[in-house]
Design a protein around this ligand. Structure first.
Ligand code: AMP
Length: 211
């Protein structure tokens, strides 16, 4: 099973992708997580990507396509995977086609822009295992540390209000056209993001025929 999660930043792609991945027994591949890890470790990839991410812009297609191509060669991808945050441009989607990758379903999570701003401002993530939380909608057990690995939670540098606006602009301009791209192929399922995380999960599982 090969699934793409589409949606604005903060719509809940990563959270839902992790839940579906656990249920389906396949990995989630998040280009954002790979890039943040590279920045943390100051690798050449991280150094090239950092300024784009900090400005809320997209990292150049060639870079992310190379990252994804390498990641998909790993053995845990043999039975399928979930792509979270890739593709983000039509060129990236065409790169998947060129690799002869057949996507089964694309889950498009819709959340209005006003809500996105509220969600991203309250988002916290774990620098250890990458788990994500929200101070109100999805807090960790003690509100300060990761429930899974115990590391302290932090706010992503690109979840600051100035950057959020640019990320939304970029989303509408460069990523939203992918909805039409995949709708035309008959594989897009729309999920309206709910206030309650569990309700969004129920809608997502239904869209994917998972119980
Ligand atoms: P995310 O964690 O998916 O919100 O990604 C964080 C940031 O990483 C984005 O705002 C982009 O700057 C960059 N990024 C992640 N995935 C991609 C991608 N597929 N194409 C271009 N830039 C990306």
């Amino acid at each position: 099973m090969k699934i793409i999660f589409l949606g604005a930043p903060g719509a809940g792609k990563g959270t839902q992708a992790e839940l579906v991945a656990a249920k389906a027994g396949i990995p989630t591949i998040s280009t954002g997580v790979i890039l943040r890890e590279a920045i943390k470790n100051k690798t050449p990839l991280g150094v090239s990507a950092q300024s784009y991410i900090e400005k809320g812009q997209l990292v150049p297609d060639e870079l992310v396509i190379d990252i994804l191509t390498a990641r998909l060669k790993e053995s845990d991808c043999a039975n399928g995977y979930i792509l979270d945050g890739f593709p983000r441009t039509i060129s990236q989607a065409e790169a998947l086609d060129k690799m002869n990758i057949t996507i089964d379903k694309v889950v498009n999570i819709y959340v209005p822009d006003e809500k996105i701003v509220e969600r991203l401002a309250g988002r916290r993530s774990c620098g250890g295992c990458g788990a994500t939380y929200h101070v109100v909608f999805n807090p960790s057990a003690d509100g300060v540390h990761c429930t899974h690995c115990g590391k302290e939670l932090t706010q992503r540098a690109d979840d600051k209000p100035e950057t959020i606006k640019e990320r939304l602009r970029v989303y509408h301009e460069q990523t939203a056209p992918l909805e039409e791209f995949y709708r035309n192929r008959g594989i897009l399922c729309d999920v309206v993001g709910q206030e309650e995380l569990s309700e969004t999960t129920a809608l997502t599982m239904k869209a994917l025929d998972l119980k």
